[in-house]
Design a protein around this ligand. Structure first.
Ligand SMILES: O=C(O)CCC(=O)C(=O)O
Length: 253
């Protein structure tokens, strides 16, 4: 896949997200799905339950790159990291963390409207997510929805997922559902406003999300509240993240 065009870069800066695809071949998607299945089997087995029972209660897993080479390879995918660096506007990208979010049919809820950056202990909003569809993602199955351009309005306080509700008023009509086939990706700015509805379709909706930041962004725990990744940081506030848990994984070619 060629590097991003000026039109793609402009779209990202204006809208706060960019769809790119196909990014992964069907074989690569299949490898990630199989890796996920075996991790689920392993983790469910450790708890003495079936994978089906396990996936009814757990819907998100982080740092899969440390548990299976298929995810480690995907995180370092040269084209993906090059695009991430181009979109952030930096040379090298560091991983903050990866995660899988699964919405099994009939068992998921909505992820409320939010921006990601208010939750992250990063000194500057020089970061993005690459949301990779492991299944076809449609409005019915819980695809990403964005409020285009809202990232340019800056950072808002972190949303309380249980009690807050973002009201868009007259802008409601501008909400954009962004369906993508399996193997396609959506890069989204850490200040983009996004949400996903519940999966009301008959099939699964799994996404593998890699969070990349400018390798020169410092650790700033004071920026956010508690974050599970803080426990992995050995750097002091104001220093660069430790490479062992937050490796530099690629960048502009
Ligand atoms: O996959 C989802 O349902 C939500 C994803 C999300 O909120 C994110 O990538 O920041």
């Amino acid at each position: 896949m060629p590097p991003l065009s000026t039109a793609q870069l402009d779209f990202y800066w204006e809208q706060g997200y960019l769809v790119v695809g196909p990014l992964l071949s069907p074989e690569r998607v299949d490898r990630l799905r199989r890796a996920l299945d075996s991790l689920w089997e392993r983790w469910a087995g450790e708890l003495g339950v079936t994978p089906e029972a396990y996936c009814r209660v757990v819907s998100q897993w982080t740092n899969l790159w440390e548990s299976d080479p298929a995810f480690a390879e995907q995180l370092r995918h040269p084209e993906c990291t090059a695009m991430a660096a181009e979109l952030i506007g930096c040379e090298r990208v560091r991983v903050f963390h990866d995660h899988v979010i699964s919405k099994p049919p009939g068992l998921s809820g909505a992820v409320p409207w939010h921006q990601d950056y208010p939750y992250w202990p990063l000194k500057a909003p020089r970061a993005l997510s690459l949301w990779l569809a492991l299944d076809d993602a449609t409005p019915e199955s819980g695809c990403m929805h964005f409020m285009p351009g809202a990232h340019r309005e800056g950072e808002c306080p972190a949303v309380d997922f249980l009690n807050d509700r973002k009201e868009w008023g007259a802008r409601l009509e501008r909400i954009r559902p962004v369906p993508v086939p399996a193997g396609w990706g959506i890069f989204h700015n850490c200040l983009s406003w996004h949400t996903t509805p519940a999966n009301t379709s008959a099939g699964p909706r799994r996404a593998y999300i890699s969070i990349y930041m400018d390798a020169h962004v410092a650790y700033a725990p004071g920026h956010s509240g508690w974050h599970p990744m803080n426990a992995r940081v050995t750097a002091e506030p104001g220093e660069l993240f430790n490479d062992d848990k937050f490796p530099i994984v690629g960048g502009v070619a």
